[in-house]
Design a protein around this ligand. Structure first.
Ligand code: DOR
Ligand code: ZN
Length: 333
């Protein structure tokens, strides 16, 4: 097959940033995707309805939101029921970061035992909980060490939709099978790279992200459920742009900027495994069912035709910069 059309592809984990960066990256996602779950880790975090509405307006000024739905999230803190009820129609979920685990998470949760009242409100209101599931342990073990928290939440809040964001380990894949209210996003880069690609040769700052890419067997486990179109698994790029100067620096910022190459790379990956029929589920249908959202109707057609990934978009170096990719987007409606 040399042409593929995806119906309303969705990116269920995206960093759009703000200001000049928003102006560069939002049109790139809006070109290829019909909707995206937008992360709230701005400085300061998006944790009031007023801040969220203002951010929505800035996103709308940066791209065409009639063709691209930005589904916004609130940054987790202790919220009252009324506050969440008032925000409910404006948000797709609430994103929980443990304090200090990643970029702009200083305002995250310090005590994971103190969150139950807010979680009960989310459950009662039918608002999904999105979680960056890492501890402060040894970097390769952080996700695995966090899994007991997911287990507790899944048991204690059986009607809460819980999304394990950007999973990277075989153990997280296994946990998904244990509870029906657990879901997961998987990034493009975690389907393609392991720690060896990041640090096995010359250090590759543009592949450095949180959670860090893991072992080959972890990538295999992620690939298996993605290529199967597992119903509780969704594509979430975690495309997280930082200026080149912040990546190619002593103290490299975490984040892989993959939005502009995500669809071509996903098609190439699924095609190489003879799994193209599952891609529609992974990149749209599952997310629509899990979040009960209806995106704008879009058709994005890709063809097998090589192109060279640009070295930069604005000040940001994309995943695969300068390499040749086998598929490209040839039509967008
Ligand atoms: O690598 C990452 N970058 N992981 C995250 O969790 C946050 C993100 C960012 O905002 O830069
Ligand atoms: Zn993220």
């Amino acid at each position: 097959m040399d042409e593929v059309t995806l119906e309303s592809p969705l990116d269920m984990h995206l960093h759009l940033r703000d200001g000049d960066m928003l102006a560069v990256v939002a049109p790139l996602s809006a070109a290829d995707f019909a909707g995206a779950v937008v992360m709230p880790n701005l400085v300061p975090p998006v944790d009031t309805l007023a801040a969220l509405m203002a951010y929505r307006a800035r996103i709308a000024a940066a791209c065409d939101t009639t063709r691209f739905s930005p589904w916004l999230t609130l940054f987790f803190r202790a919220y009252g029921y009324d506050e969440l009820a008032a925000a409910r129609s404006q948000i797709i979920g609430v994103k929980l970061y443990p304090e200090g685990v990643t970029t702009n998470s200083a305002a995250g949760v310090r005590d994971l035992h103190g969150i139950d009242a807010t979680l009960a409100h989310l459950e009662a209101l039918g608002i999904p909980l999105l979680v960056h599931g890492e501890t402060h342990g040894f970097v390769m073990d952080r996700e695995r060490e966090f899994l007991p928290v997911f287990r507790r939440l899944a048991r204690q809040f059986p009607r809460l939709t819980i999304v394990m964001e950007h999973i990277t380990t075989r153990e997280a894949v296994e946990l998904l099978g244990e509870y029906d209210n657990l879901h997961a996003t998987i990034t493009l880069h975690h389907l393609l790279i392991t720690l060896d690609d990041v640090a096995g040769g010359l250090l590759q700052p543009h592949l450095f992200c949180k959670p860090i890419a893991k072992r080959p067997e972890d990538r295999e486990a992620l690939l298996r459920i993605a290529l199967d179109g597992h119903p509780r698994v969704m594509f979430g790029s975690d495309s997280a742009p930082h200026p080149r100067s912040a990546k190619e620096a002593a103290g490299c910022a975490a984040g892989v900027f993959s939005a502009p190459v995500a669809l071509p790379a996903l098609v190439e990956l699924f095609a190489s495994h003879n799994a193209l029929p599952a891609l529609q589920r992974f990149v749209s249908d599952n997310a629509q069912a899990i979040y009960r959202v209806t995106p704008p109707v879009r058709r994005i057609t890709l063809a097998r035709a090589p192109w060279r990934v640009p070295d930069q978009y604005g000040a940001v170096v994309p995943f695969g910069a300068g390499t040749s990719m086998a598929w490209q987007v040839v039509a967008r409606t």
